[in-house]
Ligand binder design. Sequence first.
Ligand code: R5P
Length: 279
Amino acid sequence: MIIPGSASQSLAAALATELDEPLASVEYESFADGELLARAPDVSGERAVVVAATDSARAHVELLQLQEVADRHFAEVVTVIPYMGYARQDQAFRDGEPVSARAVARAVSTGTDRVLTVNPHEPGVCDFFTVPCGAVDAAPMLAEPLPSLDDPLFLAPDEGATALAETVRDSYGGGETDHFVKERNYDTGEVSMTPAAAETAGRDVVLVDDIIATGGTMSSAISQLADPREVFVTCVHPMLAKNARTRLATAGVTAVYGTDTLERPVSSVSAAPAIAERL
Ligand code: R5P
C-alpha cells in the first residue's frame, strides 16, 4: 500500500498506478496550536510505502507520523523521500553548524526498514541513515519534455552537476556538454560563475542541475551565455523558492522542466517509474 505525505500526493498516486498497489486515503489536519495530525485510517498489509518529500519542517513531522502508523499496521515499512530536505547541509560548513542531513536521516531511520531517495545532492547522505538507503536516478527522464533542439549544448552550472548534464544529453540522444566553474561564499551567500568554455552563440542551451532553489545559480549561469538561440532549464528538484520562477523568466528562459519529487507547475516529468523499479 502506498501512503502519501501531503506534499507528494501526485507522485504517490503515480507510484500506486505504476506498482498496481492501493493508495491510502490520508487526512492531513492541524490542531489549534499548529501541531499536525496525519491520519491514515483503515490501513494494513504486508508492505507500506510511505512517500513524502521533506521540503519543510512540517513535512518532516508528517513523515514521522505516517511512519509510526505504518509501523503498527504493516510487516514492512519502506520510506520514499522524493526530495530530501536539509540534504545540502551534509557537513558543518562553519564552526558550530549541525550536519542537518545526518540529524534528519537518523530520525527517519527510526520508523522504517529501508529508505529510497531521489538524486540527493551528495550520494553520501545515504550513509547518514541507520537503515539501508538507496539513491534513485531520475535524471534520464529529464530529456523527455525537451523539444527538438538545434546544435544543443547541455550545460551544468558547476562541475558537480556535469554527470547530470551528460545523463540528460545521453537520454536526449546527442549534443555537447560543458560546465561552469561556480564558487559560493558561505558567509555572504553570493555565487560567482566563471563562463563555460563551449561556444553558445546561435545554439540551443539546456542547463541541467539537481535542484533550483532561489534560481540564483541558474540566473547567473544564463547571464554568462553569449547570444544563445533558446535557453531551457531542467532539474530533478524544482524547489523554485520565492521568486525563482520569475527570475528564470526574466533571465530569458524559454521553458523550465522538473520532476514531481517536488510538486510544482513545472513538474512535467514523473519520477514514479524510476522509483518503482527500486521497490
Ligand atoms: C548546489 O551546488 C546545487 O547543485 C544547486 O546549484 C543550488 O543549490 C541551487 O540553488 P539556488 O537556486 O538557490 O542557486
